[in-house]
Ligand binder design. Sequence first.
Ligand SMILES: Nc1nc2c(ncn2[C@@H]2O[C@H](COP(=O)(O)OP(=O)(O)OP(=O)(O)O)[C@@H](O)[C@H]2O)c(=O)[nH]1
Ligand SMILES: [Mg+2]
Length: 237
Amino acid sequence: MPSVFTFFQKSSEPAHNVIIFGEAGVGKSSLVNLIIGSNQAKTSSDAECPQRNQEYEVTVDNRKFRIWDTVGLDSLTVNRLPTASAERLLKQLLSQLFKRGELDLLIYCVRAARATEALVRHYRTFYSTICEGAVPVVVVVTCLENARGEMDNWWTRNEEKFRKCGMLFAGHACVTTLGEEQCDSEALKERRASSRRTVHALISTIYRVGRRPRTLIQRGIISYRTPRGLVRFVPRV
Ligand SMILES: Nc1nc2c(ncn2[C@@H]2O[C@H](COP(=O)(O)OP(=O)(O)OP(=O)(O)O)[C@@H](O)[C@H]2O)c(=O)[nH]1
Ligand SMILES: [Mg+2]
């Protein structure tokens, strides 16, 4: 039975910050909605889609998370933020949280059929440079509802390409982030449900363990839990 002290520790635990970032239209807001289990984040299909970083609280496996939906990078759409402004907003958010030691997990959201040059550039700018490789980053691949066989096969086929470009991840999830109302068959509904389970498992197992000493971060040596429960020591990318 948990002691009163254990209960106090858990209830006063601050929310872990999870930042979802990626190109415009890849499904970041839809991913937020999948994680939190309701359509609170406005997607591009909504008429009023706010052009700012927005946070949503959710509890996964008894742990509090603050999920950040960020503005899309490299948008070509007229009513979206210009690239420079979107990048500035994301940099500000990441830098502030990182400096305060409150950045726990980055989710790089990628659309399955879309491989762009910007993919590597954004990884380097927002993960390697700002976060100094000192925070776990995972990749969530969207738009796989029609994939033949397991959605996760996409990663088996593509992991090497990411690795060759220097993009390393502490975990991955291959999913569909289609809204519930868009899933018009039992098969799609099941894929959406399994996507939710997969992303929840990814988030709840990869989070930072306590506050890391600054000296270790500066030497590029960090530790965090992986999906397999291991503690890895990762040099700065
Ligand atoms: N087929 C398919 N469509 C998706 C999926 N996820 C999102 N979409 C659609 O893709 C469009 C963009 O989704 P959003 O969630 O708004 O993407 P976003 O990355 O937040 O876009 P910005 O905020 O503009 O950067 C919407 O029309 C979604 O319905 C998916 O897994 N499969
Ligand atoms: Mg969005």
